[in-house]
Ligand binder design. Structure first.
Ligand SMILES: Nc1ncnc2c1ncn2[C@@H]1O[C@H](COP(=O)(O)OP(=O)(O)OP(=O)(O)O)[C@@H](O)[C@H]1O
Ligand SMILES: [Mg+2]
Length: 180
């Protein structure tokens, strides 16, 4: 496999990480992008449940305690192949070399607040997620974990935003295969 400018292995097809605070639209965006590109949509939360890649239930955070090593082992071959859209509210434990684009979805606080309350989030869980968005935790994490030039932050307040983000990423995927 050839190496590109950043030293990454040039795959036949790129891998994209879609990240952001819960409720910012990762799964909606990733499934639409998967339809337009025919890339594989990997929802890490679902994968962890289906394949038991966790160390039990975390009562404090009300979610599975993800086993990061098991997740990385499970995905290594697929990521090497390329053509994956990974959907997760985190990304600092994936190998840096896996991704060619890291997209951080961002939603205005009041909009996110409404989405999360509609889902039944209340109290500390709601506050934690809103604060996560206010402090741009996922964007900071992405910038620390991946080369700056592959990280993009995009707005995800409306359906129009989703459509535009999917169109832009689809164009990027098309042009990627033509790059040297
Ligand atoms: N940009 C948007 N415009 C309008 N509605 C949106 C937008 N993004 C997400 N939604 C709505 O918000 C809800 C949450 O979206 P989604 O499940 O895609 O978020 P998520 O980031 O995958 O959340 P989680 O991290 O919990 O999996 C859905 O009902 C979805 O329709
Ligand atoms: Mg989701």
């Amino acid at each position: 496999m050839a190496q590109n400018g950043s030293g990454r292995k040039k795959r036949g097809k790129p891998n994209i990480l879609i990240t952001g605070t819960p409720g910012t639209g990762k799964t909606t965006t990733a499934s639409a992008l998967s339809e337009s590109t025919q890339f594989r949509h990997i929802n890490i939360g679902d994968l962890v449940k289906e394949k038991n890649l966790h160390d039990g239930w975390d009562d404090q955070f009300d979610c599975y305690l993800i086993n990061e090593d098991l997740v990385c082992d499970e995905l290594e071959d697929l990521m090497e192949e390329g053509g994956n859209i990974v959907d997760y509210h985190g990304g600092d434990f994936f190998p840096e070399r896996w991704f060619d684009r890291v997209v951080v979805l961002q939603t205005e606080n009041s909009v996110l607040y409404d989405r999360l309350t509609k889902r039944g989030y209340t109290g500390q869980k709601l506050t934690n997620n809103i604060e996560c968005e206010i402090f741009q935790v996922l964007l900071e994490e992405a910038k620390e974990s991946y080369p700056e030039e592959i990280v993009v932050a995009v707005r995800s307040n409306t359906i129009d935003d989703i459509n535009r983000n999917v169109a832009t990423l689809t164009d990027w995927v098309r042009s990627w295969s033509c790059l040297p």
